[in-house]
Design a protein around this ligand. Structure first.
Ligand SMILES: [Zn+2]
Length: 574
């Protein structure tokens, strides 16, 4: 009797154990379309969990776990991808770039090494001449270049109109600075645009003059660039041609592992082009467009695209306002002066150029808050950051509301001060930093701004310690789109001359990765569906050639994107 009793108890435990095991198993009515096994999956979830395998169904993540666990989701129709130890991370979410930097074939590349080959003003002229010959341009045709950097030129100065006049007496020539915030026009371009010694500086802009005279020297800063009357040559491309350009650019972004791209200042016509591409279902990555602030009133009345909502891969997220210039171009607006001479500024108190007044700033933020349109403002210098904080405080006061939850984005936020970071925290603002600057202009910032300010550029670690959620970005076409380079710059902060620009602000690789994945999703209110590899989220993934968390940090920029997957589908293979 005792024996039977014991047997019954054991049997009972056994059945209990079995039924527990059965409950633990997945309901195997759901099988995966695709599984990835035998890899290292850096999930970037809240615990930074590492897994081996992922199951995907209907474009979403069905499960993550060990290869053994994930193999259970396999049936006859499941495609199995053996990762062979390769690393998978979430698809990169672009904190800020200019997707519409299209048509590079129509613009002369004047970048300095390592991006381009221009080292002197003579090189600029040579590249422009080669372009004119190659494209068989006639006298009178406009020639446009992009990307010169005065600090990387042998002459260490901006070109003047005479530098371009000798080779191009009969072609209007315009060359844009690498920051995009200023340009140099030759005499023909100035003449055709009616810009001469009688032309006044527009608000928020500066026509740099020849010393001791009113005659324009060629350099037009900030809003003065808008005085140019450029004519485009050749026939206007058709809608299909323009949509094909967009598709090429999507592939370029995908080749960099980006599954959510930003168009960081979209003009009205470009918004309409995006809308047409979306209606024709031609967007295979997600595009977050930030229409320029001046277009907002019109768009609020005439777009079927509700702000903040995706439709066929396009989302108009918020407006973009530009509030100052570029630090390397010395137009970023600071509370303390630049330490080196500033073109167009004679005095000693040269602190840059705000491109909006506080009143205009206040109006813009108020309009964003009232219409539930997220605000993205370009601020580089600490004075402009201060204006943004004031404008948010003002909107809160006027509307008797709180900005917490509005996620007002500060694009670049490069020279925010430590006390202003507390303002971000208090107001729920989201900085999108620009650590690539530590490489491209770190040495220049030390010269122009001094060590203290330069080392606090894009203060990622300070922001992290204060619990501020931040993103990081390339500002492409200003710096290359390569996302691994951006992680490398955030981790190493090495300048062109191998100086560490702000050792205290260096991030770990996983912190740098979070800035361009889960934090990117947060910036766009998409953290529930994107940014980490978790059950139920979109299967937006990147397969990398190496493990950025274990490789020598100096080698991170050499890691390659092998494959990019958007909602379960491979959209790019190296
Ligand atoms: Zn930008």
């Amino acid at each position: 009797m005792k024996k039977y009793f014991l047997l019954l108890i054991l049997l009972g435990i056994g059945i209990g154990f079995l039924s527990f095991k059965n409950q633990d198993l997945p309901a195997l009515t759901e099988f995966a379309d695709r599984i990835f096994t035998n890899g290292k999956v850096i999930t970037v979830d809240s615990l930074n969990t590492i897994a081996e395998a992922i199951a995907i169904k209907n474009g979403k993540i069905l499960a993550i776990g060990t290869t053994k666990e994930i193999n259970r989701y396999k049936n006859a129709k499941t495609e199995v991808v053996d990762l062979k130890g390769k690393v998978v991370v979430p698809g990169f979410i672009d904190g800020h770039s200019h997707f519409m930097s299209l048509q590079r074939s129509k613009i002369v590349d004047l970048s300095a090494p390592p991006v381009g080959i221009v080292k002197s003003i003579a090189d600029i002229v040579t590249e422009l001449q080669k372009f004119k010959e190659k494209n068989k341009l006639n006298d009178g045709d406009w020639i446009t270049g992009f990307g010169y950097d005065q600090d990387q030129l042998l002459e260490k100065r901006h070109p003047v109109k005479e530098d371009l006049d000798a080779a191009f007496p009969n072609n209007p020539v315009v060359i844009t600075h690498v920051s995009g915030h200023m340009l140099v026009a030759n005499s023909a371009a100035l003449r055709e645009s009616g810009i001469d010694s009688t032309t006044k500086n527009p608000p928020g802009g500066m026509i740099v003059r020849k010393p001791g005279t009113n005659e324009p020297a060629g350099l037009l800063q900030e809003h003065a660039s808008g005085l140019l009357k450029r004519k485009s040559s050749g026939p206007k491309p058709t809608l299909d041609e323009q949509i094909n350009d967009i598709k090429d650019q999507e592939l370029f972004y995908a080749s960099n592992g980006i599954t959510t791209a930003q168009e960081g200042y979209t003009g009205y016509d470009a918004v309409k082009l995006f809308e047409a591409a979306a209606e024709k279902k031609q967007l295979f990555i997600d595009i977050v467009s930030l229409p320029g602030y001046p277009t907002i009133d019109k768009l609020l009345t005439d777009t079927v695209f509700q702000f903040g909502k995706y439709r066929n891969g396009l989302k108009l997220e918020g407006f973009k306002l530009v509030a100052d210039g570029s630090p390397q171009g010395k137009t970023a607006f600071f509370s303390e002066p630049y330490l080196t001479p500033v073109p167009g500024c004679d005095g000693t108190d040269c602190r840059g150029i705000p491109t909006v007044t506080q009143e205009q700033f206040n109006d813009a933020i108020l309009k964003g808050f009232k219409n539930h349109v997220q605000t993205f403002v370009h601020c580089n210098g600490d004075s402009t950051v201060g204006m943004y904080i004031k404008a948010v405080d003002n909107a809160n006061k006027v509307l008797n509301t709180t900005s917490l939850g509005r996620r007002s984005v500060i694009i670049h936020s490069q020279f925010v001060r430590d006390d202003q970071l507390d303002g971000y925290k208090r107001l729920g603002m989201v900085p999108s930093f620009f650590t690539n600057h530590t490489f491209f202009w770190g040495d220049v910032h030390v010269r122009n701004l001094g060590v203290k300010r330069a080392y606090f550029a894009s203060p990622t670690k300070s922001a992290l310690k204060k619990g501020i959620i931040f993103t990081n970005h390339t500002d492409y076409g200003v710096t290359p789109l390569n996302q691994l380079f951006t992680i490398w710059s955030a981790v190493n902060r090495l300048s062109r001359t191998d100086q560490v620009i702000g050792p205290d602000q260096r991030l770990t690789p996983i912190e740098a990765l979070r800035a361009i994945t889960i934090n990117g999703a947060y910036q766009y209110f998409e953290e529930k569906t994107k940014g980490s590899i978790e059950k139920g989220k979109l299967a937006d993934l990147v397969i990398l050639s190496d493990d950025i968390t274990t490789i020598n940090p100096l080698k991170i920029k050499e890691v390659q994107v092998l494959q990019t997957i958007k909602e379960g589908k491979t959209i790019y293979t190296r």
